[in-house]
Every structure is written in C-alpha cells, then in structure tokens.
Design a protein around this ligand. Structure first.
Ligand code: G3H
Length: 195
C-alpha cells in the first residue's frame, strides 16, 4: 500500500505574528522544518520513482517544498488555505475587537460559518473534492504540503472523522501525518520533526 504524507507548511511569518491568511514567506524555524522534511521524504520515498509533491499556490507551501529534490511538484489552488475574506491578515484578537458579530457567529458554528467575501469549512470541503479523487486514483505515494484548515478536511476524509469535528481537529506545525490505506482500513503514523 502506498502512503499519503500530510503536512502543514513550515512556520510562516504570519504564524509568528498570529495573523491568519496572507501569503508570507516562512520563518527561520519554518526553513529548518523544510530541510528536515526534505530529509525525511528523500529517505522515506527513496525507491518510489512515481511519487509526487503537492503544494498549494501560496508561498509558504512552495518554500517548504523547495529543499525536496528528485520528485515532481504540483501546485493546486484547491489546496490553498481557507479564504478568510474581510478578516484576511487579521489576528483573532483583532477580529474579536473589530468584528465581534463575525467572531461570535464563527464560534457558534465554525463548520458552517462563512467569512464575508471568503469561505466556510464546508466550502473548503467541497473544493477539495477533485484533490481527493486524484489522491485516490494515485498508485504512488503523495506528499501533500498545505494548510491547517485544508488538512483538517483532508485528514477527516481519510480518517473517517465526522463532519462536525473537522474545524477542531488538531493539526500541529512541523509534524507529518502518514496515512496508509490497506485492506484492513486506514493506518496512521505521526512524525514530529521538531517543536
Ligand atoms: O488561517 C486559517 C487557519 O489556519 C484556520 O484556523 O479555522 O482554526 O481559524 P481556524
């Protein structure tokens, strides 16, 4: 059985500042992760000639993939982070202060809440459909380097977690989740490459 490796991008400048959305580069810690990830992938997928690396179209995932050599890289817009619309670039504190109604509605129903001029988790789940179809069609391993909200949705699909849990699944930075689909079901391993 072929593995699917899921990981968030290395820590970004916006992660450091607590800002959501945006398209910043990765931090020094993020760069260190990108090197550790490259090492891991090159060892883990050494003899897997048909393996590929999928990223979003945002800098932080492309930069995280950049030290990985020897595998084709594909950018998917469908792997971009949830679009926070009018709240893009804000911290959660700023949203709470400047848009208290939005903050409250999201807290009440994080799955269905749609940012004004942006997306909801349900929107993200829907746009991931072609990615999931393609992932299931692949015979070779795939490394997916994406974002917190998107990976929650992808992971929930493969791990068969209920819809209502999706927005709350823990998806830490600098950790690889390896999923193997076999006849007995789905197996999962986690590799925390750094803190
Ligand atoms: O920038 C968006 C975050 O990665 C998504 O996190 O849905 O828990 O606010 P959240």
């Amino acid at each position: 059985p072929r593995p699917i490796l899921l990981t968030r991008h290395g820590e970004s400048q916006d992660n450091v500042r607590g800002r959501i959305g945006g398209d910043t580069a990765i931090s020094e810690a993020g760069e260190l992760y990108s090197k550790k990830l490259a090492n891991f992938v090159e060892k883990r997928l050494k003899s897997e000639r048909a393996a590929s690396i999928w990223t979003s179209t945002l800098q932080r995932t492309i930069l995280t993939a950049s030290p990985i050599v020897g595998f084709p890289k594909i950018q998917w817009r469908a792997l971009d982070e949830i679009n926070a619309g009018v709240c893009d670039g804000m911290t959660y504190e700023e949203i709470k202060k400047n848009r208290p109604e939005e903050y409250e509605s999201r807290k009440k129903d994080k799955l269905r809440y749609r940012y004004p001029r942006g997306e909801s988790y349900l929107d993200v789940i829907q746009r991931l459909e072609p990615v999931i179809i393609e992932l299931e069609r692949q015979r070779a391993p795939v490394v997916v380097i994406s974002h917190q909200a998107v990976l929650r949705a992808l992971y929930a699909y493969f791990a068969d977690r209920p819809l209502k849990e999706v927005p709350h699944i823990e998806m830490p930075l600098h950790t690889i989740i390896e999923i193997q689909m076999g006849v007995t079901g789905v197996q999962e391993k986690r590799y925390k490459l750094m803190d």
